[in-house]
Design a protein around this ligand. Structure first.
Ligand SMILES: *Cc1c(COP(=O)(O)O)cnc(C)c1O
Length: 966
């Protein structure tokens, strides 16, 4: 356009990212508004959001920055981090993520944009990856069952403690034993949890365990100071005294060490970080949780199990889904929801790629280099704290100041303990040259040590740090999966084959109510791979993490402005952890006010299951508040219950807009009632995507909220984690948010214990949310919220003639999601919400949220990122399915043989020689033109849930099952 009349300013404007993030363009918006019969988007906002909570100004955030500009700025921040070589250990180690896994899993939206595998037919790939992870954990720990990840080692240990109490019916003591060489951050989290479970922690040397009357015990293997202790006698004695035992173990060391299962542990927990997942200043990493057979039905978190599909073929699914928290509510035994699926997959693939012999080489090299280091230091008169080790040495008698000076000159981080010792932990990336440098740093330049001579000496004398009776004797990773994919070509194809089985945002919209499956932009994801963010140890000295600090400060400031709170705690690793942290802050605050007896938590009946579960974990008593027929909180009931429990009211937990998908008019009043009775207001921020830029929980009565950064702020779901659930708090609660024992936080009470293993949780994914906010600006995010609401209302409008929309606001509008009521249909046709969910797969879509918050419904949340084209495609599919149901209602198709109950349709169905169905193959598998042009195939037929739960198998299938596999 030679005669382009736009000014340079217009040509250089940075709104380009807004049009990338938001689906509908101006034309779409106009047409959707017409469908709704509204003149402009502002009138939709006015009819939807109560006037008394509307933000009367624009968010005070910067103008949107372009993608290149934002990344350039972030790179400058990242460069302020110093990537020193780390020997700090304590549960975090440098590692090599195989490049084939980095590019094809971590950096691949086919993996990271997938949802939690509630719909197993379209999730067989990541279910297999998670099954691999479980197998790795079971084999290395020597336990018969493992879950598919928890948030971090410290919270896994806390879950283990709670499970001991539940499972141990024999010992009445309220005491739990913790060995004094457990990782400090684990102890910190245990202290917080124990306080609200009413447990007393006994922290003492491991060997004193038999002296204490306790219901359970946690031992570290190897210990935090590196000692490799034979736990068998302690575990045996404990068993005799009916004490349940937990071992926190290092996964890499178990390659060489006798497995805790063989030593007699009931529960084994730990982190899989060093299986190829970068330290990332604290996370995300997948923790593991393994247990004895007796505990298999009470494990926290998700477990992947083997079942069969409608054709009798092997198919994977999440086992025992009914244990999920939204069903158990305050009877839930844990509040874990989002876990670390993506990172568990990565750790599992690391094991698949290396296999048992690869892992043996890696672990043996780590151990050999540690032994050489020990030997050389001993030859030069350095005293070691222990005469056993795997990868960690604790050194006595060295001059902290001198060693520190030399280590800084070499850009090396060591661990300096208060007791005057120095700790060194080696890892997969350590080389012989690094050991020489360590000698230089620890001994000064005056030594004449040669690594090859030491190696010869060590081999000749058979020196090792592992006591002979603790050598691992059993095999591990014997399944074909761990042998087949050792060449990069084979691995690449395996990863691709699994990816192709799964439906992700790369295929279609994932309209999951309450989960906000919006765009996870590539530019937002790029920074997490930068070494300046990825390779930072969470306990690195302050002056090495200036870039992280500034990024976190900026993100906090953005979130303060967006929410109307006064400060942010970045520690919680998920929404549910945020709930727990927020409730604990409330309890700490009330205790400081002399109101520690307040323990009633009001929760509306519509709440997400994690709300009552978190309240129970904070030792609160849950009192349920009713909802009226319109789905709103029943204010009279609330008033009555607040009155009745006035003396002991601690808090209310509200979700806003409610999980019923409406902006309740009375939210201010509800908050006021609770405040008037001395309670605090927790607003669950999972639905913040309907608020950003339009209203702020901190303005209309909230004292604290969590934000699901993996919903509203673009961190991808990863197939069930990672996530981040930072909390915003009003100033009076700020001192009571979680602190951290190793890296204390400014402005927080030093006695406030941690809720997660690291001070800023999964810090390395925070750049994703930072970049989103930076590139959208206040203006862009407000527009996103408006479009999210517009998209939801457009869907409600298009579908309401076909499926009743259950709840609407005062003016007949919904918030950012809508609930379709399937119950009347089910009564008339026997077709269920599940049949519709499965049939949607044939149309190429992921189902909406099923039966939450109301049984027999589907909750649809389109988000702002979906275009009108995609939304129409979805609505057309839903309407076509409604017409199919019609044909069942009229008797044209039998209730037990129709495209809905037979859904999803697989390629195997189409190849069937005898097609004995009253509809065509084409209608079954290619119901629309779009599916003919680009078909996504479910990998298996409908999965049998009941069979899988009755026959609980959570290991990789036996060798026979692999015969015909590729
Ligand atoms: C997702 C969600 C939660 C839990 O968040 P996680 O990050 O999965 O722990 C809590 N409340 C509501 C309303 C949610 O939608």
């Amino acid at each position: 356009m030679a005669n382009d009349k736009r000014s340079l300013a217009e040509l250089a404007n940075h709104d380009d990212f807004l049009t990338r993030h938001n689906g509908p363009d101006e034309g779409d918006v106009q047409q959707m508004l017409e469908t709704l019969g509204l003149p402009d988007i502002e009138s939709l906002m006015t009819s939807t959001i109560p006037g008394d909570i509307r933000l009367a100004r624009e968010l005070a955030l910067e103008e949107p920055r372009g993608e290149a500009e934002a990344l350039e700025y972030l790179k400058r921040l990242a460069r302020q981090n110093k990537t020193f070589k780390n020997y700090i250990g304590q549960g975090y180690y440098p590692t090599y993520m195989p490049a084939v896994i980095q590019r094809n899993v971590l950096e691949n939206p086919g993996w990271y944009t997938a949802y939690t595998p509630y719909q197993p037919e379209i999730a067989q790939g990541r279910l297999e990856g998670l099954l691999n992870f479980q197998q790795v954990v079971m084999d290395l720990t020597g336990m018969p069952i493992a879950n598919a990840s928890l948030l971090d080692e410290a919270t896994a240990a806390a879950e283990a403690m709670a499970l001991c109490r539940r499972a141990n019916k024999k010992v009445k003591s309220a005491c739990f034993f913790v060995a004094d060489d457990v990782l400090p951050q684990t102890l910190d989290v245990l202290r917080t949890r124990a306080a609200y479970f009413g447990f007393e922690l006994v922290v003492a040397p491991a060997e004193t365990l038999p002296e204490h009357e306790v219901f359970g015990a946690l031992l570290q293997y190897p210990g935090a100071t590196g000692e490799v202790r034979d736990l068998a006698p302690l575990l045996e004695q404990a068993k005799e005294r009916r004490v349940m035992t937990c071992v926190a173990a290092d996964l890499m060391s178990l390659v060489l060490l006798k497995e805790p299962g063989a030593l007699g542990a009931d529960i084994v927990v730990g982190s899989s970080q060093r299986f190829g997942v970068p330290m990332g200043y604290g996370g995300p990493h997948a923790a593991f949780f393994a247990a004895s057979d007796a505990l298999k039905r009470s494990l926290p978190g998700r477990i992947i199990g083997v079942s069969k599909d409608a054709r009798g073929q092997r198919a994977l699914r999440m086992a025992m889904q009914t244990r999920e928290q939204h069903i158990r509510r305050e009877k839930a035994t844990s509040n874990i929801c989002t876990a670390q699926a993506l990172l568990a997959n990565i750790a599992g693939f690391y094991a698949v790629y290396h296999g048992a012999d690869g892992l043996r080489t890696i672990a043996s090299r780590i151990h050999r280099l540690t032994t050489l280091l020990a030997e050389g230091l001993k030859q030069h008169g350095v005293t070691l704290a222990h005469d056993s080790w795997f990868d960690t040495l604790t050194l006595k008698g060295l001059d902290h100041g001198q060693v520190h000076g030399r280590s800084m000159a070499h850009e090396i981080n060591l661990r300096y303990d208060a007791a005057g010792t120095i700790g060194v932990s080696l890892d997969e990336t350590t080389t012989a040259a690094d050991v020489v440098t360590l000698f230089d740093v620890l001994l000064g330049d005056e030594h004449d040590l040669s690594v090859s001579e030491l190696d010869r000496h060590v081999r000749e004398t058979g020196t090792t740090g592992i006591p002979a009776h603790l050598d691992r004797e059993s095999d591990f990773l014997t399944h074909p999966t761990f042998h087949r994919y050792r060449s990069e070509t084979a691995m690449l194809r395996y990863l691709k084959r699994l990816e192709n089985k799964d439906l992700s945002l790369t295929h279609a919209m994932i309209p999951l109510g309450s989960c906000t499956m919006k765009l996870n932009a590539t530019s937002e994801m790029v920074p997490i791979s930068w070494p300046e963010f990825a390779n930072i140890h969470p306990f690195a000295p302050h002056d090495q993490v200036a870039g992280y600090k500034q990024m976190i400060d900026e993100l906090s400031a953005f979130l303060v402005e967006i929410t109307g709170y006064d400060s942010i705690s970045m520690q919680p690793n998920s929404g549910a952890q945020g709930e727990y942290a927020g409730l604990v802050a409330i309890r700490r605050y009330q205790k400081a006010q002399g109101q520690g007896h307040r323990d009633i938590c009001l929760i509306p009946s519509s709440a997400h299951g994690t709300n009552p579960a978190s309240a129970a974990m904070a030792q609160m008593k849950v009192v349920v508040v009713d909802c009226d027929d319109e789905g709103n909180i029943d204010l009279e009931d609330l008033r009555g219950k607040a009155e009745k429990h006035s003396e002991s009211l601690s808090a209310i937990m509200l979700t806003y807009p409610s999980t019923h998908g409406v902006f309740e008019e009375s939210v201010r009043e509800a908050c006021r009632i609770v405040h008037d009775h001395g309670g605090q207001v927790y607003i669950d921020g999972a639905n913040m995507n309907a608020q950003v830029g339009l209203c702020r929980p901190g303005d209309f009565g909230g004292d604290v909220s969590h934000l699901n950064l993996h919903k509203t702020f673009c961190i991808p779901h990863g197939g069930g984690g990672p996530g981040m659930g930072p909390i915003g708090v009003k100033a009076h609660l700020a001192p009571f948010v979680p602190n951290h024992v190793v890296t204390p936080l400014p402005g927080v009470d030093e006695k406030a214990g941690a809720v997660a293993a690291t001070a800023y949780g999964s810090a390395s994914i925070l750049p994703i949310s930072w970049a989103y906010i930076k590139m959208m600006g206040g203006r862009g995010m407000k527009r996103a919220t408006q479009l999210a609401i517009l998209n939801a209302n457009y869907i409600a409008k298009r579908l309401e003639g076909h499926y009743p929309v259950l709840y609407k606001g005062r003016n007949g509008t919904v918030a950012h999601e809508c609930i379709l009521d399937i119950r009347p249909l089910k009564a008339a046709s026997a077709i269920s919400e599940e049949d519709i969910a499965k049939r949607l797969m044939d149309y190429g879509f992921h189902a909406p949220t099923m039966s939450f918050p109301v049984a027999g419904t589907l909750m649809v949340e389109p988000t702002e990122s979906e275009s009108r084209y995609e939304i129409d495609r979805f609505c057309d599919a839903m309407i076509a399915i409604r017409e199919e149901i019609q044909r069942i209602e009229t008797g044209e198709w039998p209730a037990d043989n129709n495209p809905l109950v037979m859904a999803p349709h697989t390629q195997a169905d189409l190849m069937e020689a005898d097609w004995e169905r009253p509809y065509s193959r084409e209608l079954g598998a290619f119901p629309t033109e779009a599916t003919k042009a680009a078909k996504y195939w479910p990998a298996v037929n409908r999965v049998d849930n009941v069979y899988g739960d009755r026959n609980l198998i959570c290991t990789c299938p036996p060798i026979d099952a692999y015969r015909d596999d590729v």
